[in-house]
Design a protein around this ligand. Structure first.
Ligand SMILES: Cc1ncc(COP(=O)(O)O)c(C=O)c1O
Length: 361
């Protein structure tokens, strides 16, 4: 059994994906070929915003967003510590300081009741994460941001395809950022990412920073980078996008079925009212997490721990928050374990996982 199956979708959609890739091999515009603009148009329309700017990764997306907002030395960015390192590492990369807020115990997302206390006159952005495929309460976060005049960036690397009150992830804040890393809900065949906004000026800035700070060729108006999305990866997404809505529906169905079958034996990932979940990870909590992982391994079931340490426990972020400052995040990192999850998981395999979890617990 695979933790995430990337082979089956390729076999299923091979003709379309390879057809789009072969077209790139034939025309040879490997950098910023026509497929990049085509996929940006489709992605912006899917999310429901005016602009999509594809990038070379979800990490680079976040960095470009911070640069476009002018975040720099002396500034603070509020985010969470129970997440992948990218969500915070981009902050010192632009010279600013990450300020960690604890998460809620149900969805593992930024605890909105603790957000305002983290805001100081130096706060230049709020960058919550939509962890595991479900969004935090962006209406409340945007309201706090607006009250203090601070822009909000959604790190939607794990939540592409999820919704909140009918609005798509990456379309609910000033800037939305996602990743097309192969294992993400919408994955390409290498690294890739995208930024989303309906703000014309910000879109222009992010587009320019993404391509060496140039608004046109050989005219560089700001410090930029090489953050372009490969044309071949754009072709992969164009081949996969027609099937994405079905994949999201399957993720919902499979995640809900897991929860129904496991609710009695462990803490399952509950979907907050108003949200849909894409289960980039199907993550349960169990006090005896490590023993459970070992037993599942013996039963031939792959698992993963996202994340065994919070970011304030990482040497690179030593001194940002003390142990005990973020108790919900700290406890989560000791109790979470993710089970095999992808849109092609058969009921038979899912039943095998469920039986093994029940037997182990
Ligand atoms: C929450 C989060 N943010 C950012 C990223 C960065 O994305 P990428 O791997 O495309 O750089 C990831 C991906 O692992 C992620 O899970």
């Amino acid at each position: 059994m695979q933790f995430i199956d990337l082979k089956t979708p390729h076999q299923k959609y091979k003709a379309e994906i390879e057809g789009r890739m072969n077209a790139v091999l034939e025309h040879g515009a490997f950098i910023m070929g026509p497929e990049v603009a085509e996929v940006e148009k489709q992605l912006a329309s899917y999310v429901g915003v005016k602009h999509c700017i594809t990038t070379s990764s979800g990490t680079h997306s976040l960095e470009i967003a911070l640069r476009a907002l002018g975040v720099g030395p002396g500034d603070e960015v509020v985010t969470v510590a129970f997440t992948w390192i990218s969500s915070a590492e981009v902050v010192p990369l632009v010279g600013a300081k990450p300020v960690f807020v604890d998460v809620d115990p149900v969805a593992f997302n930024l605890d909105v009741s603790k957000l305002e206390a983290a805001i100081t006159p130096r706060t230049k952005a709020i960058m919550p994460v939509s962890l595991f495929g479900q969004m935090p309460d962006y209406a409340a976060i945007n309201a706090i941001g607006a009250k203090h005049g601070i822009p909000v960036i959604e790190d939607g690397a794990q939540s592409f395809g999820a919704t909140q009150n009918g609005q798509k992830s990456c379309g609910v804040t000033l800037i939305g950022s996602t990743s097309f890393f192969p294992a993400k809900p919408l994955g390409c065949y290498g690294d890739g990412g995208a930024l989303f906004t309906s703000d014309d000026a910000l879109a222009g800035k992010m587009r320019a920073i993404r391509t060496h700070g140039g608004e046109k060729r050989h005219h560089h108006t700001m410090v930029g980078t090489n953050g372009r999305f490969d044309t071949l990866q754009a072709a992969v997404l164009l081949g996969k996008l027609p099937h994405f809505a079905w994949e999201v529906a399957e993720r919902n169905r499979i995640g809900a079925r897991y929860s129904e079958l496991l609710r009695d034996v462990c803490t399952v990932p509950e979907v907050v009212p108003g949200n849909t979940h894409v289960y980039a990870q199907y993550t349960i909590r169990a006090k005896e997490r490590d023993a459970l992982g070992a037993k599942l391994k013996e039963a031939g079931i792959p698992t993963a721990v996202y994340y065994p340490k919070c970011l304030h426990e990482q040497p690179v972020f030593a001194g940002t928050s003390a142990w005990g400052d973020l108790p919900v995040s700290e406890q989560a990192s000791r109790e979470v374990i993710s089970l095999p999850m992808h849109p092609y998981l058969s009921e038979a395999d899912q039943d095998k996982v469920v039986s093994a979890v029940k037997a182990a617990l």
